[in-house]
Design a protein. Sequence first.
Length: 334
Amino acid sequence: EKNQSIAAGIGIVLIFLMMPIRKPFFQNFYFVHGLLIFSFALLVLCLLMPALANTNRWIQLFGLRFQPSELAKISLILFFASYFNRKKEKLDEFQTLIFPLTVLFLFILLIIKEPDYGTALLIFIICSIMLFIGGVKFKHLCYLGILFLGLFAFYLFQASYRLDRVFAFLSPTKDPQGAGFQSIQSKLAVGSGGFFGVSIGESTQKLFFLPCAHTDYIYAILGEEIGFIGAIFTLLLFFVFFWRGLVISQRAPNFFSQIVAAGLTMAIFSQALLNISIVLGLGPPTGIPLPLISFGRSSLICTLFSIGILLNISQRRGTSRIRKGGFDKSNPYR
């Protein structure tokens, strides 16, 4: 679609603009916190906008739609990295974590309220991994996990359709024409592709048999059209991205850049794994797109912007190394 091509063009321009910057603006304290406040305000505005498809996930102005939760992922990663960099000697103290965790849960509450459980879960996973690699004590991470699970369960049991999705995931054949329909059709699409696929453009499941075939379930269509070989190759590409992202993080010029690179890498990689797992029936539907492949302008632009930041950090590589229990915190800003 034309708008998707425009989004790809904007994202590619952002990559080329980000790469050569010697003193990145995304390290600036005021930019990081300004972006955080802006993202939070957009999420609040989402809840005030008219609902689209019974959800408040998008802001629609002048015929254009934007999903603020995509920007929220980037802003939280930059905020956590900035905070960790300033408090790196005290990250093992629980009092130090109160402020960033409060910010995190405010964002998660707004996103759950939309409702968008998949993105809320993804943001929690990303920030938890950043806390771990930053050197936060494991027991503090356990407390955080218990708190999040309690919050998640509270909202889950407030609506029957959410429970239906969980039950459909556990046993999709009990309601094959209802809650289990999407999961069954997804597996049919993947299985019908065989080893080499039915050929590009020849999918039958995308002809209104599989809901959300161009967004959340695009991997099922890939499996049908390019087969097992193509689906595995696509998955391997995400693992290559994960490996290269960790290498960039390991060689980053300072602690802030290390945390940002690790966070952005995990954001894209964990989102890909979550999406593919759902397509293969390993999890209930969450509405998470497949990075770079699913239709969605907000996701595509923000993903390409994240890649631009990663490439910028790669251009300014240093000699820091990962230490046991987290990253080397002794490497100052350059």
